[in-house]
Ligand binder design. Structure first.
Ligand SMILES: [Zn+2]
Length: 223
């Protein structure tokens, strides 16, 4: 029996025993699903947990000129935020962790399960963290809200350092975005989402999220 309590206990004890070591816990999974703790809310991906010290320099825009996520910068500007920690917005499983090169640089995608307070249903979504300098998680790893997934980068000097973060309601969205409609059904406004679901009841339960739907992107593959 894979219990939520045991998972949290193990993660908690490990953080006390090895504060400077990054212990890695893999999600239990099959070909089609992975077990994740149901989210107890969502935090900002920078300036843990409230986004303090950072600002959103660019938001979601589904129409041309498109921007399928939002950009976050440190208040001090330029590359002062290069190497700053980037955190998972909620509990989940890492479904992509690779240098996607091109306009992307390092990319991490985390898939989440959360209970929609309105419908009472457990829904699935994913968060994407792009232009990362370092990637600190591996494919299939379980992360919690606030787990460091990488560091802020500038994609080999292509941009001033910033985080490009996306929210996907369609978990088939990969870096390639092959065949995915650029609609509000598939892409969400990350900041609105975080504010709306900032705190959710602690359920102490695991839920299955689907995996195995990503198309390979430029030789990099996800779960
Ligand atoms: Zn961007």
């Amino acid at each position: 029996m894979f219990s939520f309590i045991r998972l949290i206990l193990v993660l908690f004890l490990a953080s006390i025993a090895m504060p400077n070591a990054s212990a890695v816990y893999m999600a239990k999974r099959s070909q089609d699903w992975a077990y994740v703790p149901i989210c107890d809310g969502f935090d900002f991906p920078v300036g843990k947990p409230n986004g303090d010290g950072y600002y959103r320099s660019r938001g979601l825009r589904l129409k041309s000129p498109r921007h399928l996520g939002e950009d976050w910068n440190g208040n001090a500007g330029g590359d002062s935020d290069l190497g700053d920690p980037i955190y998972s917005i909620g509990h989940g499983v890492v479904t992509y962790a690779a240098d996607a090169r091109g306009a992307w640089g390092g990319v991490v995608i985390v898939r989440h399960a959360f209970r929609d307070p309105k419908s009472g249903k457990v829904l699935c979504c994913q968060s994407l963290y792009g232009h990362l300098k370092d990637i600190d998680v591996i494919l299939g790893q379980l992360v919690l809200r606030g787990t460091k997934v990488g560091t802020m980068g500038n994609n080999r000097g292509m941009y001033p350092a910033h985080l490009h973060a996306e929210l996907h309601f369609n978990v088939d969205v990969n870096c390639g975005q092959q065949g995915i409609a650029k609609t509000a059904q598939n892409y969400g406004d990350l900041t609105s989402f975080i504010k709306r679901f900032r705190r959710l009841p602690l359920e102490r339960k695991m839920a299955r999220v689907p995996i195995g739907s990503f198309l390979p992107y430029k030789g990099t593959d996800g779960l």
